[in-house]
Design a protein around this ligand. Structure first.
Ligand SMILES: *[C@@H]1O[C@H](CO)[C@@H](O)[C@H](O)[C@H]1NC(C)=O
Ligand SMILES: *[C@@H]1O[C@H](CO)[C@@H](O)[C@H](O)[C@H]1NC(C)=O
Ligand SMILES: *[C@@H]1O[C@H](CO)[C@@H](O)[C@H](O)[C@H]1NC(C)=O
Ligand SMILES: *[C@@H]1O[C@H](CO)[C@@H](O)[C@H](O)[C@H]1NC(C)=O
Ligand SMILES: *[C@@H]1O[C@H](CO)[C@@H](O)[C@H](O)[C@H]1NC(C)=O
Ligand SMILES: *[C@@H]1O[C@H](CO)[C@@H](O)[C@H](O)[C@H]1NC(C)=O
Ligand SMILES: *[C@@H]1O[C@H](CO)[C@@H](O)[C@H](O)[C@H]1NC(C)=O
Ligand SMILES: *[C@@H]1O[C@H](CO)[C@@H](O)[C@H](O)[C@H]1NC(C)=O
Ligand SMILES: *[C@@H]1O[C@H](CO)[C@@H](O)[C@H](O)[C@H]1NC(C)=O
Ligand SMILES: *[C@@H]1O[C@H](CO)[C@@H](O)[C@H](O)[C@H]1NC(C)=O
Ligand SMILES: *[C@@H]1O[C@H](CO)[C@@H](O)[C@H](O)[C@H]1NC(C)=O
Ligand SMILES: *[C@@H]1O[C@H](CO)[C@@H](O)[C@H](O)[C@H]1NC(C)=O
Ligand SMILES: [Cu+2]
Length: 572
């Protein structure tokens, strides 16, 4: 007699052959040549590193289920790696990209082909360099369309437009971070923010470099917003228009309408923009500028683009139209940010479930913040009190190793590369958000990881510290999406706060802003074997050591193990 297992086997075969979604999956081939080119912005010409001579870089488009092959050829003198920000990389950790974590750099003249499949994700992500500060000019959209036979769980947009925010220095960003690391000071701030590479009319010598979005009345546009800025969270708003948020970090959300968007670096949003029913008597600025909570200096400038209705009468000059500007929240509007953030909810439907781990195998409590490291004896340093700026997780400032951790892990050669004693809680408890933090600001340093058995469910509370002042930190986890089950201000309270966690429809993300002077609790299932970086997506903080690594072990079954590396994996 046919056993149930035989029946279900037959059934899976039927599914494989009959369901069109499998038949439509395809392989998308891209070639990314890393080149140098001259680029002029704000009347300053400089040499930038780009992909295929494009800034921002080319769009990478795939459907859910597709395999993506990107052949990267390095023609510049810098070492390069690329990261596919937010792509889960299930059992393909060799292609995740952070330098010295999952791979050695692609050196001058070398080639590496990234090879990954998009599984269970749809929406907007982006790709960017993941070594030093090269992502300032090496980044571009990564668009994941639904499978061919599937539609959006919202009104089909008339058109889709990618809006990628960046940060521009008139000098070489590599020189900026190298100088900062040498002197211990904060890096020189950027000269402009950009929308699709354009600073816009509010900067000197920049009007001609303005992004213009031409729309028709009475239509629904979907904007795919990406914050690729280096060190700044950005408020974004379009004058006299609201938008409906329908997705974030390539996950659908319960739609909500807002006149303001906040994006940390590393976050993306899909929003619907319904244009006015009739040709309006105005053009509309869309503007972005920072939400800033730190103590230091920052680029307090504003990028503007123009939303322009195509004129049906085709005669009256655009100059006759009113020009409206949006009102953005105050620079440090932390309460407004908290309110906005609390509106994000997963769809949590049968088709798009929120698979929140309901039980927890491993609890972690990490402090996150700035501190200092000692000034070498023969130097004078310009960081806090004559030291160097540093930053840490649980007081450990992470040193990059000189070979890739994933290789060391896979081949059992971790000795001398990393240790597995990353602290699961702060080395010494204190009033993390108190007004009199410890007077010893010094951090320790090392290359330390946490080891997780396959399929452990993890709860991690990340707590901001006020050691050098409260500050919001956008934390990004590689290899996983996580659920943001709770957040709050002050110190996390183990007795009171877990009772308030949302385990039903919390937002699923890859990057979360730890509230300034507060905490955030996330949960994820460690179902992806490999070595996974977690770091602040302010590049300055990452450079100062605000990063750590999770090592997820193989599971028992063959399809729970990390396959061997590809033959062209770069060597150190
Ligand atoms: C870039 O500009 C510099 C100085 O203006 C010039 O010497 C160089 O040839 C230019 N490079 C390219 C690739 O155009
Ligand atoms: C990409 O990875 C898949 C899955 O591991 C493998 O089957 C395929 O051969 C790889 N393709 C290339 C071009 O490396
Ligand atoms: C449109 O704006 C112009 C210039 O401000 C004004 O003269 C005109 O009356 C406006 N028309 C309407 C219909 O509001
Ligand atoms: C930022 O710039 C605006 C003017 O654009 C100014 O009003 C404001 O005081 C500045 N804020 C800070 C914190 O520098
Ligand atoms: C925001 O900045 C203003 C002006 O510097 C200051 O008065 C206010 O206290 C700040 N608010 C918060 C919440 O830090
Ligand atoms: C957010 O702000 C709106 C109005 O600005 C208010 O109605 C709402 O109660 C606030 N929500 C929270 C969670 O604070
Ligand atoms: C790193 O830690 C070692 C001691 O383990 C210390 O000697 C060294 O100064 C530290 N380096 C920095 C940059 O803090
Ligand atoms: C300080 O000493 C280090 C080696 O200990 C050396 O590499 C560096 O060049 C010295 N810096 C200065 C400014 O003398
Ligand atoms: C600054 O350094 C001096 C001397 O090293 C020390 O006495 C003082 O307490 C430090 N101040 C702070 C705020 O760390
Ligand atoms: C921590 O510091 C804050 C602000 O100084 C204070 O309100 C709070 O009571 C302190 N908490 C504890 C547990 O000491
Ligand atoms: C730093 O704090 C410790 C413990 O709170 C205290 O004993 C010490 O005197 C303080 N040092 C300075 C320089 O303020
Ligand atoms: C590039 O990476 C290799 C391998 O890690 C390293 O030996 C070399 O110094 C790096 N080159 C540059 C220019 O950073
Ligand atoms: Cu940070």
């Amino acid at each position: 007699m046919g056993s149930p297992s035989m029946a279900s086997l037959l059934c899976s075969f039927c599914l494989l052959f009959l369901l069109p979604e499998f038949a439509f999956c395809k392989t998308r081939h891209y070639t990314f040549n890393i080149v140098s080119q001259n680029m002029t912005r704000l009347c300053t010409t400089k040499s930038i590193v780009s992909v295929n001579g494009r800034f921002p870089g080319p769009r990478l488009v795939a459907r859910e289920g597709d395999q993506v092959l990107v052949k990267v050829v390095n023609h510049v003198s810098h070492n390069i790696t690329l990261h596919w920000h937010g792509v889960r990389q299930l059992r393909s950790g060799w292609f995740d990209g952070p330098a010295y974590i999952t791979q050695c750099p692609i050196q001058t003249g070398q080639t590496y082909t990234y090879n990954f499949t998009i599984t269970g994700q749809r929406g907007t992500l982006f790709w960017h360099a993941h070594i030093s500060w090269l992502r300032a000019t090496l980044h571009g959209p990564l668009i994941i369309l639904p499978r061919r036979n599937e539609s959006y769980p919202f009104e089909k947009p008339y058109k889709e437009v990618t809006v990628i925010f960046g940060e521009w220095w008139n000098v070489d960003p590599e020189a900026v971070i190298n100088q900062a690391l040498q002197t211990g000071a904060g890096p020189n701030v950027s000269d402009a923010y950009t929308i699709n590479g354009f600073p816009g009319p509010l900067y000197n010598c920049s009007s001609k470099d303005t992004f213009r979005l031409k729309v028709k009345p009475g239509k629904t546009y979907m904007l795919r917003l990406i914050n690729a800025a280096m060190n700044d969270e950005l408020f974004f708003s379009i004058a006299d228009h609201t938008v409906t948020v329908v997705g974030s970090d390539a996950v659908y959300v319960k739609p909500f309408t807002t006149d303001m968007i906040l994006m940390t670096p590393g976050q993306t949003k899909n929003v619907l923009l319904k244009t006015k029913p009739f040709f309006p008597n105005a053009t509309f600025f869309m503007m972005a500028r920072p939400y800033f909570t730190g103590q230091g200096t920052f680029d307090n400038s504003t990028v503007a683009g123009i939303l322009e209705y195509s004129n049906p009468h085709n005669h009256s000059s655009v100059n006759k139209l009113l020009l409206l500007k949006p009102i953005l929240p105050p620079i440090n509007a932390t309460a407004i940010v908290a309110n906005y953030t609390s509106r994000f909810r997963s769809l949590a439907t049968a088709e798009f479930p929120a698979n929140v781990p309901q039980t927890v195998d491993k609890h972690f409590f990490f402090t996150v913040g700035l501190g200092s490291s000692p000034c070498p004896g023969n130097m004078t340093c310009q960081g806090p009190n004559g030291t160097k700026f540093a930053s840490s997780v649980n007081n450990v400032s992470f040193n990059l190793p000189s070979t890739a951790m994933l290789q060391a892990h896979f081949f059992g050669q971790s000795n001398g590369v990393y240790t597995t004693d990353f602290p699961t809680k702060p080395p010494f408890p204190f009033n993390y958000t108190g007004s009199s933090p410890p007077n010893n600001t010094a951090v320790s340093n090392g290359t330390k990881a946490v080891v997780l058995p396959f399929n452990s469910s993890v709860e991690l509370v990340m707590q901001d510290t006020t050691i050098l002042g409260a500050e919001s930190h956008p934390l990004h986890l590689h290899g996983f999406n996580f659920f943001v089950v709770g957040e709050g201000f002050g110190n996390f309270d183990l007795k009171k706060d877990p009772g308030k966690f949302n385990l039903v429809d919390p937002m699923e993300r890859n990057t979360v802003g730890i509230p300034s002077g507060g905490w955030v609790a996330i949960r994820f299932l460690a179902d992806n074997p490999g070595v996974w970086l977690m770091h602040c997506h302010f590049d300055v903080h990452t450079s100062w050591g605000l990063r750590m690594a999770w090592i997820v072990l193989d599971g028992p079954h063959p399809n729970q193990k990390l396959p061997p590396p590809p033959p062209d994996l770069p060597k150190c």
